[in-house]
Design a protein. Structure first.
Length: 155
C-alpha cells in the first residue's frame, strides 16, 4: 500500500483501479472551481456559501477576513492545479494526491473545531457544507480505489 502512495518511479502509469481516475477528475474540477471562485468572488462566496456574517464585522475585520479567504482560495487553486498536472503527466502520484486532499479536508475540520467561525444561518452555508461533504466522500472513495489492485483477468 505504501508503495502505491509513494511510488519509486513517478511516471504516467497508474496502478490502481480505473474508477479512481474517474473520481479524481470531478474532485479536481470542483477544487479548481472553489479556488477560482474564492479568489474572484471572495466576499460573495464567504457570505453565501460559507455563511460568514461579514456585515457584523468592523470594516477592517471584514477586509481581513476577505483577504484571508482569498489566500485560502489561492491554496485551493494551487492544490487543484497540482491535481491537473498529476492527472495529465504523473498518474502514479494520484494516490499521494488523494492522500493530500484527504489530509487537507480533515485538517480543515480539525482547525475549525479548535477555532470555530461564527456563521449566519443562510441556506447557502448549508449548500456549501453539503458540497464539502460530497467532495470528502468522493475523495475518500477515490483514495481507497487508487490503492486497490485489480486482479489480473484469466487468459
Amino acid at each position: 500500500m505504501l508503495a502505491r502512495i509513494f511510488p519509486k518511479q513517478i511516471d504516467n502509469n497508474f496502478r490502481g483501479h480505473w474508477l479512481a481516475i474517474l473520481l479524481f477528475v470531478p474532485v479536481v474540477l470542483v477544487k479548481l472551481t472553489i479556488g477560482v471562485n474564492s479568489i474572484v468572488y471572495t466576499r460573495y462566496i464567504a457570505t453565501s456559501a460559507d455563511g460568514i456574517p461579514l456585515d457584523s464585522f468592523s470594516a477592517g475585520g471584514a477586509q481581513t477576513v476577505v483577504a484571508l479567504f482569498a489566500l485560502l482560495g489561492l491554496f485551493q487553486l494551487l492544490l487543484a492545479l497540482q491535481g491537473v498536472v498529476v492527472l495529465i503527466r504523473y498518474r502514479a502520484m494520484i494516490p499521494f494526491t488523494y492522500l493530500l486532499l484527504v489530509i487537507q479536508q480533515f485538517a480543515n475540520k480539525a482547525i475549525l473545531l479548535v477555532h470555530p467561525i461564527a456563521r449566519s444561518g443562510t441556506p447557502g452555508s448549508q449548500i456549501g457544507s453539503a458540497v464539502v461533504l460530497a467532495i470528502l466522500a468522493a475523495t475518500l472513495i477515490g483514495f481507497a480505489l487508487s490503492l486497490y489492485k485489480e486482479s489480473a483477468s484469466p487468459s
